[in-house]
Write a protein that binds this ligand. Structure first.
Ligand code: SF4
Length: 380
């Protein structure tokens, strides 16, 4: 991961002020683990990195400019998810303990239970720190921590994360527990949903390991095996599975390390640029949609089809990529294979031989012509 980047206070203050200007008067929208997992999925996108660092509400921005994202949970799904989480955690996580006894072979009858959510919002991060520190020292006691508040440095900016569940500690090991409401049917869950849950859980593991390191404990005591709890066969009966997130952790670390530092992104912005969604008394942004859209276009994006399932601005960026005929629309793999050819028109011109390849484009032009010849043969 990026790790803590020490800089003089003056620099931090300047960066924080500029990010506040970008966001406008609305409160910063905190990152959750899903947002970080998605951010790491597209580390080359300056637009997203900047909006997230400034805490801009991307969902409101996308709606305001007329491009709402096609995803989001229905109220029914949210209610169902909350009911399932309550069931797993009621009576001090009694059901969770039953599941973990089987899954981890725990030889224990009872565990402690700490509801970190009941502590005032401003104290939760420090309270979580103190609890984890104590747990790491008193390795004989098993404890569930409900809604701890962890933090992670993202592109030079601190993001606070709230595992919707718990870190469980026994014999010196911590396990992150993720409760999800998608069903496991006959031992199988939808691979996309499991993968998204694993990416999200990896963010919590990384944040907890970072905290352990800061507290002077061995970060490896946070297990890479996360416990995924889901309802089984459409009933509400929970079932737990261990998911190894080592691969997701490695990807996350690598991609966070590669992320452009936010102060460098700020340097290249036009003076006075803001994404402010300053609302009127009815909560409607006071700036015109076109003004906000223009501001968004000032920051380069790196659209890829994956954005459609991970970023609130996906429809806006897709429309922009379409309008300029960008090869980004074809996905990262094709875009990377096309090397320096960034436009569809350019790629088609090279493929059909009606356009002379520029310097360094000879090889890709040759490949495109070959592909076009094969396509014609197949069609014929
Ligand atoms: S949708 Fe747009 S802003 Fe979001 S990650 Fe994709 S390109 Fe970046």
């Amino acid at each position: 991961m990026g790790g803590r980047q020490e800089r003089p206070d003056g620099d931090w203050a300047r960066t924080a002020n500029r990010l506040e200007e970008l966001r406008g008067p609305a409160p910063a929208r905190p990152h959750d683990a899903r947002a970080i997992a998605a951010l790491a999925a597209n580390p080359g996108c300056a637009r997203r990195a900047l909006l997230d660092a400034a805490g801009v509400d991307k969902d409101t921005a996308a709606r305001h400019v007329g491009f709402p994202a096609p995803f989001g949970q229905s109220q029914f799904a949210i209610t169902r998810g909350n009911a399932f989480e309550t069931l797993v955690k009621e009576n001090g996580c009694a059901e969770l303990l039953r599941l973990l006894r089987g899954l981890l072979g725990l030889p224990i009858e009872q565990v402690g239970y700490q509801d970190v959510e009941n502590v005032g919002a401003h104290l939760r991060a420090s309270h979580t720190r103190a609890l984890i520190d104590r747990a790491a020292r008193e390795t004989e006691t098993a404890v569930f921590y409900d809604h701890p508040l962890l933090s992670l440095r993202i592109a030079g900016h601190t993001s606070y994360l709230e595992p919707d569940v718990v870190a469980f500690q026994l014999g010196g090991r911590f396990h992150v527990v993720e409760i999800k409401s998608f069903a496991v049917i006959d031992g199988q869950a939808e691979p996309d949903k499991v993968a998204a849950a694993a990416r999200q859980a990896a963010v919590y593991v990384l944040a907890l390991r970072t905290l352990m390191e800061e507290l002077g404990h061995d970060p490896e005591r946070v297990s890479h095996d996360v416990v995924l709890v889901c309802p089984e066969n459409f009933a509400n009966r929970p079932v737990a599975t261990l998911v190894d997130v080592r691969r997701q952790l490695a990807v996350l670390r690598r991609q966070l390390a590669r992320m452009t530092r936010v102060d460098r992104l700020l340097e290249g912005l036009p003076p006075g640029l803001t994404f402010s969604l300053d609302p009127d008394p009815d909560g409607v942004p006071t700036r015109s949609a076109e003004e906000v859209a223009q501001a968004l276009r000032q920051v380069p994006a790196r659209y890829a089809p994956d954005c459609l399932s991970t970023c609130d601005l996906c429809m806006f960026c897709r429309d922009e990529a379409r309008a300029c005929g960008s090869t980004d629309l074809l996905g990262r793999q094709v875009r990377d294979q096309l090397g320096g050819v960034s436009g569809m028109e350019e790629a088609l011109g090279l493929a059909e031989g009606v356009r002379e390849p520029g310097e360094g484009q000879e090889e890709i032009a040759h490949l495109l012509r070959q592909a076009e010849r094969l396509r014609r043969e197949c069609v014929a």
